[in-house]
Design a protein. Sequence first.
Lengths: 256, 256
Amino acid sequence: MELQFSEVTKSFGDLNVIKQFDSTIGTGEIVALVGPSGCGKSTLLHMVAGLEQPSTGNLRADGQSVAKPSPKRTLVFQEHALYPWMTLIDNVALALEFQDTPRKAALPEARKWLARVKLDGFEDYYPHQVSGGMRQRCALARAFIARPQVLLLDEPFGALDALTRMTLQSVLKDLIEEERPTVVLVTHDVDEALYLADRVLVFSKRPAVILKEITLGHIPKTHDLTAFADIRRDVLNLLGIDTDTTHAVDAEGEIS
Amino acid sequence: MSNAQSTGVASKRAYVIAIAVILFFWQVAAWFLPDFLMPDVHVALQRLWEELNSAEFYEGLGNSMSRLGIGYGAALFFGIVLGLVGGTLNAVRSTLKAAIIILQSIPSIAWVPLFLILMGFGNLPIIVVVAIGAFFPTALSVMNATESVEKVHISAARVMGASKLQMLKRVYFPAVTPELITGAQLAFGNAWRALISAEMIVGFSAGLGKSLAYSGEIADMTGVMTNILVIAVLAAVIDQVILERIKHRLLRYQYL
């Protein structure tokens, strides 16, 4: 599914969140939106999901104006989006039940998807009984089970520790390779963006405009991102993070 | 789990001690007052035993319980519906809530003269008064809980393509259940008070309240104390055994 933004703006009252966003995200492309927190990238994602409407401008999915949510464009939230009153398998099956699949047919499918994210054996656990990483695995299963054409990820692993986050990034990468949806990932983890995305859009502070667009192409990658060191430094600098080593030595010198 | 069990045992022990203390003070009062003013505990218990073997007692009990069941049941049903609908309609919510808070401050027994004239001498005014007493706390608790359902839970259902009805059944209803149960227990206390007092005033056919009022009229203090005993024990059993059990069943996921 192709996503087309033309002159999209968004403001909440007097607050300008997004200023003139123009972009096209091709079918099957994996695009990461990186920027300082509160810059409006999540709002952009919510607009693609149909949870919010642009103030002006146009947002189209395969040529159709996006007016409301659709299971074709699903969204994975940062955390707490699983229903605490349902077991993991019920949470996953619910995505199908909401599309009027009978529960009898939804349950085996949910079981299959839990196994795909390595949660077999945990079907009957409640979300609060498993770790944060397992909850997000379940959230991924719930998103993929509906076979979305667009997968939107809103800092999906932001609340996890570094090691769990990397494991889950690999799980997500494999699922994307197998299912090939169009992916829009919002993150402030630069490494996550470089590891998962084919293209990275770096956003400014609010109101969000694109500072830089980096095309990596769809190439095989591992968590060893040394080949992307220059790009990484570039992005970090754009986000206002100091990477100048001479500077760092100076600072250390001052302390000692 | 072991924690929940040990607090269960502790609270049971607390109840046993509390009952012993109450009975002790009653007995002390009976020692100091003449028998026609305050009967001994064992005399009242003996009367209770006689009552339990009389058909008359069961007729009154049955009448009271069906009035309670119909009134309380209707209050729960309409309270849940109004609470869910009111909680999701931003436009009317604050007005509705204010109206409930005002009406709630009227003691339910104050409605008796109105309904007695409006509906005539019979079961109906008692049932309506019971329902009024239970309706407001139920509606208010459900409305407050509906208002504070986590946004991400609603958004997640929307992106999964939930219809309005599915959203109500699968998201809102289970999300408000914990507060609903608290409200329903509060509502039961109101309903019970309303039932006994309305029966005492209206005095239509047999019932626990009528039986109490009648004992008072003929200055049968043993009868008065026996009736009070029955009213107290029934309330405790319904609240602590039946409602608590339903609560644990419905909120099973929280106790794991």
